[in-house]
Design a protein. Structure first.
Length: 115
């Protein structure tokens, strides 16, 4: 069995607008956390959860999927061997949420890894 999609993320230059848009469009529960810089965890009511947050730098806006993996470095290395590019090294998440990393595929699409 392949690696599963574990999380999605919407990053916006206007995170408040994005939170409102997706909450109203899909009837999602979206709760911004001031302690996380306004990043909001999304409860879709079943299935995959996600997050909606503010942009923190040039080129980071858009939609990403995060794949659940057991070894961030191994998957980043594998992505590079297949023509991808490492963008964000393994980084701790706040609390007990684990670690994440981000790479770009050969077409420039950003994909997250979560362990």
């Amino acid at each position: 069995m392949g690696q599963q999609v574990a999380f999605f993320e919407v990053i916006s230059a206007n995170a408040e607008r994005a939170r409102k848009f997706y909450a109203e469009l899909f009837d999602w529960q979206v709760d911004a956390d001031p302690a996380m810089g306004g990043y909001a965890l999304v409860d879709t009511g079943g299935g995959i959860g996600g997050g909606i947050g503010p942009s923190t730098g040039p080129g980071d806006t858009g939609v990403k999927i995060y794949m659940r993996v057991d070894d961030l470095d191994a998957y980043l290395d594998r992505a590079e061997r297949l023509g991808g590019k490492r963008l964000v090294p393994p980084t701790d998440l706040p609390g007990d949420f684990g670690r994440f990393a981000i790479f770009a595929d050969p077409d420039g699409n950003q994909v997250g890894l979560w362990a």
